[in-house]
Design a protein around this ligand. Structure first.
Ligand code: HEC
Ligand code: HEC
Length: 407
């Protein structure tokens, strides 16, 4: 509520009105989203203490993040969204998804000859459900469908990006210091090691539901390709829609973006302010205490620290993310079978809990509509903690819920 109340105030700002006009203008010129899409979300606060140059980069990044891409920019031929902010919008540009039909995407995988496969030959790993046919009726390629022969199908909701630069600035060593160690309740998180094609190195993953990427720049390039169908230097090859070649004239030839856009997306996300929790009153303090007492904090580690960083606003800061950024086995009901990096089918990154107040859907596929439902669906390593949660007295459970909703 707190942050949604800000909405009308920000909406009234001149820059937002200009952006609204631009978004609609695009539509009128025959570009997506075709007039029917929602207006772009307002630009939220950047990190405090940015230099003037960093603020300029943040603003330029925000503009690119909310810009609707067109066929001329490389959009499609198949895609899931026309702008980053079409999915990332709850609580402002960069937020979680608001409309599951757009912002929840499907990922597929399978076992072929005994080996895990992304099923590129069927259009995997990410299904792009929309196509340029939405705007150009003569487009020969329809949106992709989940192929029946995929062994694993996973829905993924859009995660929020507020404070993402701070998460990126946490040193690998801080994440690795907990990896593989057995903690209370036998909880044992492990770091995901993922290949970074930009450095050629195996790095500690930290972004995405399975901690499948190590950097914001990498995730931005991946999202540009896999959600919007725009290729760029680190992701130069478009997926073949449903595994079939792209017909001539509909994209797929050459690298569509020179990387400028990906750098701009990265600046925006890196400098985006962290969620601001509501001020603690006594009920909420009780909630925080209970969270620790029933060992939610075994995985949802309340704070981590960034290391020294060339950006002063990211250097030696407290990050109140409520995550250890490690993978945990969460039981068969949450498992999706998908492997990303070294993650297995039942492993998930401890979801950061900051910013829960601006969220509408919870857990990787959005199956929970409240934090309470999300906790009750915890299993596997989290079963002892979930059982204690279930056994809390009603006032204690309410206090914990109120506190979660204030983050
Ligand atoms: C069609 C909806 C959609 C669009 C468009 C989209 N995203 Fe996302 N984004 C998602 C989903 C879904 C996830 C979670 C993916 C996962 O982990 O499986 C995500 C996750 C992310 C993350 C990881 C954050 C975290 O929690 O660790 C980053 C970074 C990101 N997106 C950046 C971008 C950028 C930059 C763009 C534009 C180039 C973009 N996204 C466009 C849906 C979208
Ligand atoms: C063993 C580690 C572990 C423990 C213990 C644990 N969690 Fe989680 N939590 C996770 C993981 C992993 C996810 C993401 C699971 C998924 O999306 O399928 C998650 C997700 C959540 C979510 C949903 C967040 C989102 O972004 O959708 C909430 C809320 C939550 N946990 C609260 C709690 C509370 C409260 C407790 C204590 C009763 C707790 N968790 C204990 C690992 C843990």
């Amino acid at each position: 509520m707190r942050r949604t109340l800000l909405f009308p105030v920000i909406l009234a700002s001149a820059s937002t009105l200009l952006m609204l006009a631009a978004w609609r203008g695009d539509a009128q010129r025959g570009n997506p989203p075709g007039g029917g899409g929602p207006p772009p979300p307002p630009v939220p606060r950047p990190l405090p203490d940015l230099t003037p140059d960093q603020l300029t980069a943040f603003r330029a990044g925000a503009k690119e993040f909310t810009t609707v891409e067109t066929r001329a920019d490389g959009l499609g031929v198949v895609f899931n969204g026309v702008a980053c902010a079409e999915c990332h919008r709850a609580g402002g540009a960069g937020g979680a998804g608001m409309d599951l039909t757009v912002s929840r995407v499907s990922r597929i995988g399978g076992i072929r000859k005994g080996v895990y496969s992304d099923l590129a030959e069927l259009g995997g790993p990410v299904i792009q459900a929309r196509s340029l046919r939405e705007f150009f009726p003569d487009c020969p390629v329809p949106g992709e469908i989940v192929p029946p022969s995929a062994d694993f199908k996973s829905h993924r909701i859009t995660t929020p990006l507020f404070g993402a630069g701070l998460i990126e600035a946490i040193p690998d060593a801080a994440i690795l210091s907990r990896s593989g160690k057995v903690g209370v309740d036998g909880v044992q998180g492990v770091a995901n090691r993922v290949l970074n094609p930009e450095t050629g190195l195996l790095e500690v993953g930290r972004f995405g539901w399975k901690a499948q990427h190590s950097s914001l720049h990498l995730f931005a390039g991946d999202a540009y390709l896999n959600e919007m169908g725009v290729s760029s230097p680190s992701f130069p090859v478009e997926n073949q829609p449903q595994g079939k070649p792209i017909p001539p004239g509909w994209g797929g030839i050459g690298v569509e973006s020179d990387g400028t856009d990906v750098n701009l997306f990265t600046d925006f996300m890196r400098f985006l302010g962290a969620p601001l929790p509501a001020r603690n009153d006594s009920v909420q303090q009780a909630g925080a205490r209970l969270f620790d007492q029933i060992h939610c904090s075994a995985c949802h580690v309340p704070t981590m620290q960034t290391g020294s960083n060339s950006v002063a606003a990211l250097s030696h800061k407290n990050v109140a993310l409520y995550s250890d950024l490690l993978l945990h086995r969460m039981g068969p009901a949450l498992a999706d079978g998908i492997q990303q990096g070294q993650s297995k089918g039942d492993q998930w990154r401890t979801a950061p809990l900051w910013g829960l107040s601006s969220r509408q859907f919870f857990l990787h596929d959005g199956r929970a509509r409240t934090p309470d439902e999300a906790v009750l669906l915890h299993d596997g390593e989290a079963a002892p903690s979930r059982n204690r949660y279930r056994s809390l007295s009603p006032p204690d459970r309410r206090a914990l819920q109120q506190w979660l909703s204030s983050l």
